[in-house]
Design a protein around this ligand. Structure first.
Ligand code: DC
Length: 211
């Protein structure tokens, strides 16, 4: 079974994907980490984020097992990832790796922006996770503060809006709901309620009750 979760930054898709995977005993890939790690490799090497040739080389050099999440989850890296993710050749360089992960025996849960549209258009279940920008900014500000990053709520909301705009308007694999995805709005749901709703969508889909 392949389960695809897409949605904007801090919508809750990552936490949901991880917990759905644990519930169903599936592997999970947070595809945002691929773009974050590509951006990190460029920054660490002193390269520009828009240097296409270097960005492609950085993407090709990634190994799924060597993500230091602590270095990738910060605010700066989210923004940098969104910039490299807009380069079509970088997306192309990361395509096979993601499809191979999705094709693991037994299945997988992947979360990102283009899983249901580009990476796994034939996924068994597609969930488009969304939430109001203010709610997402609140969550992200709390998460960053928990990591010890000093952040202003207004700056985080600004980041979220900028990233939504960049991720949705790029020409290559923009953030868009797949026609056959079910929308899950987590604005007024805590994580347990969101997980119950997501598991219900999976159950309904796999039982063939939702078209
Ligand atoms: O989900 P995230 O915040 O970790 O993602 C960081 C950036 O990576 C996001 O702003 C856009 C990009 N991204 C993408 O373009 N496609 C994906 N499948 C996942 C992330």
């Amino acid at each position: 079974m392949i389960i695809a979760l897409d949605g904007p930054a801090a919508s809750g898709k990552g936490t949901l994907a991880r917990r759905i995977a644990a519930h169903h005993g599936l592997s999970h890939l947070d595809t945002g980490l691929l773009y974050r790690a590509t951006a990190r490799a460029l920054i660490d090497a002193g390269e520009r984020l828009d240097d296409e040739a270097r960005a492609i080389a950085a993407a090709r050099g990634l190994a799924l097992t060597d993500f230091d999440e602590d270095k990738l989850r910060g605010r700066e890296m989210g923004e940098a990832a969104s910039i490299v993710a807009a380069i079509p050749a970088v997306r192309a360089a990361l395509l096979d790796m993601q499809r191979a992960f999705a094709a693991r025996p037994g299945g997988a849960v992947l979360d990102g922006r283009d899983i249901g549209t580009v990476i796994s258009p034939d996924a068994d279940v597609k969930i488009f996770v969304t939430a109001a920008p203010e709610t997402r900014a609140n969550r992200r500000a709390l998460e960053l503060a928990g990591r010890g990053e000093k952040v202003e709520y207004a700056a985080v909301l600004d980041d979220i809006r900028k990233r939504d705009e960049r991720d949705s308007s790029r020409s290559s694999a923009p953030l868009v709901k797949a026609a056959d995805a079910v929308t899950l709005d987590t604005t007024n749901l805590d994580i347990d309620a969101a997980l119950s709703a997501a598991l219900q969508i999976v159950a309904d889909k796999t039982a063939g009750r939702r078209a």
